[in-house]
Design a protein around this ligand. Sequence first.
Ligand code: MCA
Ligand code: AMP
Length: 508
Amino acid sequence: MRIPCSPAVVWNGHSYSFEEIRRWARAYVAFLESAGVKRGDRVAVFAETRPELIAAFAGHLSSGVIHVPINTRYKADEARHILEDSGAVAVLTQEGEECHTVLDEILREHKPPHLRHVLPMAAAFPSSPSRKSVSPSSPSKKSTSSTPSDDDVAMLIYTSGTTGKSKGVALSYRALEENTRALMELWRFSPADRLVLALPLYHVHGLCLGVAGAFLTGFTLLLEERFEAARVVEAFANEGATAFMGVPTMYVRLLDHLGAHPETAEPLRKARLFTAGSAPLPAADFAAFRERTGHAILERYGMTETLFTLSNPYEGERRPGTVGLPVPGCLMRLVDDEGRDAREGEPGEIHVRGNGLMSAYWGREADTAAAFRDGWFLTGDVAQRDADGYVTILGRKSVDVIKSGGYKISAREIEDVLRRHPAVKDAAVVGLPDRVWGQRIAAAVVLVEPCDAEAAKEACEQIAAFAASHLADFKKPRDLRAVTELPRNTLGKVQKHLLVKSLGEGTA
Ligand code: MCA
Ligand code: AMP
């Protein structure tokens, strides 16, 4: 991927040009080479957002090292799984951060077998991006690795599914470049744009549409370590921001902020574009945002395995509650339970072909084969199509896949953790509807020893604390209750829709 020569990143008031990022990336690649890291090796990044992460991604892309970002909220078990499963030979980390402490814990307990290097940020990058080199190798020396080819794996992004452990989605250079370019063109991004990027850099939403988008288009990233509504507004008021991409939870928070400080809506009116994705944007929030800012949020749909496949138009109607039409280079079918194309207005599973399809689930041939039928990727999402082609997402085939705050969460993974607690005989996890988070995690547990209400409450507190110590905060059950038994059908399968009802009504 060619990296342009214009302003690249603004961070804490400092501006870094693409040339500076490129130089930084070259020095970093030389540093990796001096550590024996080769093309095709996996290098994990387990550190909070900062400009070095942009340079690390650029360095990995330019040298054929496979980029493996790890969610910075992860606890030791979760991060260890990614390090082991990806076979990462090195991990980039920032001393003093929580991720570094988690990494220490992982290394203390049992070092992932392939992991040879822990790369502290300070050693991997010079203190100033304009400094020439920090490595024994010359930064100007041409990389010993040959240029990666389009079909090489550019990155492994871990995502949850219906099974317990997350899977590494292998995305090629071609998928990354072609799909991102299609979206950038569709949404008219240009070097004149300044995108407020407060999305995490370990998922494709922020990494592809944000960072790779900037690499391909040459726009400027107004980079934020984390999302804060006030900072987003500030970027539009004082830093020339033109665009923002967010998950629906961020828009809920922005709306709350605009409600509390109505005067801050004015600078947002000047913006060029607001996009939303990763979870359904409620039509009411679309309407409220339009009323406050004059902007119709452009909602689109995607998935780590397929990248971004459906989008409302840039020009033309952005229809609330829908995810629009296929992105150029993508095809979509809606397939009913009988395997036939669903009729207009009828529900069907979204099957996708297109420029952003993953190469494979890393090291999982059977899972990869099961995810495709005749070259179509089966998303598990259910939708319907209007007469004029607009697609409305209706839900998911599996209740075991939960989206909370834009994060995909496996109910099974949480259940597996709950069942490891000695007081738990059985457990079931569901997502309950939630205005802010989209879905909120709730759990019902059957205790090993039946007990009175007071003792059950105490046991639940202990189980919740146990879950919280093993799971990232966003996976932690927000509501955990003891029940005498789980509702099961005659085949023994937990009837989760009944649990959604009883936990939602507080009757479980
Ligand atoms: C945090 N809290 C929650 C949750 N997460 N409560 C309920 N449910 C949750 N899921 C609570 C915390 O416990 C804390 O509570 C308070 O909220 C603030 O937590 P914090 O972690 O600081 O929240 P945050 O950092 O502000 O995070 C909210 C967020 C974040 C910014 C919306 O969730 C986020 O960045 N989401 C984006 C994920 C993403 O990029 N997804 C894209 C995947 P207390 O204050 O009581 O301690 S890619 C994808 O989906 C496809 C391809 C696509 O189409 O894009
Ligand atoms: P992830 O695995 O994190 O990439 O999440 C992908 C999933 O997010 C999709 O399969 C959908 O269930 C959901 N998703 C993404 N965008 C939207 C959207 N605009 N509306 C509804 N669901 C969405």
